[in-house]
Design a protein around this ligand. Sequence first.
Ligand code: ADP
Length: 634
Amino acid sequence: MAKKQFKAESKRLLDMMINSIYTHQEIFLRELISNASDAIDKLAYLSLTDQNVGLNREDFAIELRVDKKLGLLTVCDNGIGMSKDEMEQNLGTIAKSGSLQFKQELDKDQTDVDIIGQFGVGFYSAFMVADTVTVLSKKYGEEEAWMWQSSGADGYSISPCEKTTVGTEVILKLKADTDDEKFSRFLEQYELQNLVKKYSDYIRYPIRMEMEKSRRKEVPEGEKDEEKEPQWESYTELCTLNSMIPVWMRAKKDVSDEEYDGFYKDKFFDYEKPLAHLPISVEGAVTYKALLYIPAKAPYDFYTKDYKKGLQLYSSGVMIMEHCEDLIPDYFRFVRGVVDTADLSLNISRELLQHNRQLSIISSNLEKKIRQELLSMQKDRREDYEKFFAAFGRQLKYGIVNEYGMHKEALQDLLLFWSAGKQKPVSLKEYVEAMPEEQKHIYFAAGESNARLAQLPQYQRLQQKGYDVLFMTEEVDEFVPRTLMNYMEKDFRNLATDDLDLSTEEEKKAAEAATADWKEGLEFLKTTLEGKIARAELSADLGSHPVCLVPEGGMSFEMEKYFKRMNPDMPIPMEKVLQLNPEHPAVQKLKTLISGEPERAKQYAELLYAQGLILADLPIEDPQAYTELVCSLL
Ligand code: ADP
């Protein structure tokens, strides 16, 4: 029979599996059992509405079979099974997002083989321990059964086969033992029993195995003889190896952190352990158990449309929905986990679920718990929180800005921004609490990088005053203070656009006088730079800089750039204001020239305007003219 080839990326993963000198080989069993359990989930779900399935909840089971003579280990299930096409799709390709993500991780760091040890690599892990893998499967509702077979990288074959019952059998022909590796251990009942306990205890269907046992031989009444040694006989018994209690159903005190983390990695295809787990048990208006996780890093598709938010929803141990979106608000969409409640009818439709009252009670409870957990992480486990925020902070900021700021109260305390003064991320509360008494506003600057922002003239001025500034470098950042408007009764002031409100009464008076003195000069600049600036004004906020360009009318240049990127054709003519530092020698020189040598003053004006552009990170409109101007002045 002609062999079919694996898809390229599957082949690579397969090669790694076959060749890995790999110490966690044993996880293959967990992977196969978890596939079997998923397949049963699907049929169990169908059986709720489809009488023809003919199986009850308690009929579903997974069975391990051992053939020591032939070196075979078989994992059987009576789940949904696979059609021929599905075998082709599922076993010939890596289709699963989890595996795909795994592959991407590999691309980043090819050498890190240990990654396999921590990650659910699925069906292919069978090739770590087996020479040949044979899958027999009959799909529910179909007549024919199919056999898939592969001895590794050289391809696979699919052919019809005999199988009377619906479900799947995965048969492993174990590799021969070597000096270093004993694959035959996977035929020992003791070993298998331990592996099931270790990795698959929570699987909610019985995992059964024929176990050899021995017992005292029954001796008929009359023949009993106290003197005689007791006689033993061996027998086999179909035993259930797992406790079948899902982690979320167990009492918190009985579950170790490792078990919680292991469950997460296994269930949600992450190789990194989560930053936090929240076991929740609620009795009341709605009774439910939940187990939520906060991942340590964003999945590769998190900020795309492909990412599916939602929690797994169970009704008394039967999964009824894989991604129940209504259980989690959008701004917490990074949270993974399960919710299990007996208060939902099993075959409730998805449409009805959306308007379900119990569900919305659960959802608002969970929202509060997540928020509390994050706040306490921020307080007590700062490093973890910063890691969390680096991964998901952007989502929280969108949460503030979206829906007209409806959720700002809930989210504002979770934010971190870069403190230029402390050189680390701080919360708004920390910022405000560290403010000197006389500081009236929360100062922030938005731009491309911290290094650039540190060069803002206004920043220098604030530094002199001993005021800290929050540097915002993400696109969404600047919309956050606009939405919040104020925090702890302090309003936000944007360094680039707002009045910094720093001057004393006396300084203000002096400024008025200076402005009067400069009246003619400011008019001159407005005329000279016509079409470039809306007007010129004096500013006391420029520190050691001579000039600065600020936008007229609230919106910052950063926002203008942002909107331009969103819609290149959008004409937002931003008018600029040229601010001058009257204390600066260059500006004083300009003033003298304006009254004495107006032609030269025009050149100085152009030059200072160009400086303003550079500082504001705006392009010089005519670089050649600018270069010529500089040269002519040299
Ligand atoms: P994953 O389990 O991460 O999806 P696998 O490589 O383990 O990836 O399995 C690929 C797919 O093959 C599964 O998603 C499932 O559709 C199918 N599959 C594997 N084992 C079984 C099984 N025992 N019964 C039915 N389908 C299965």
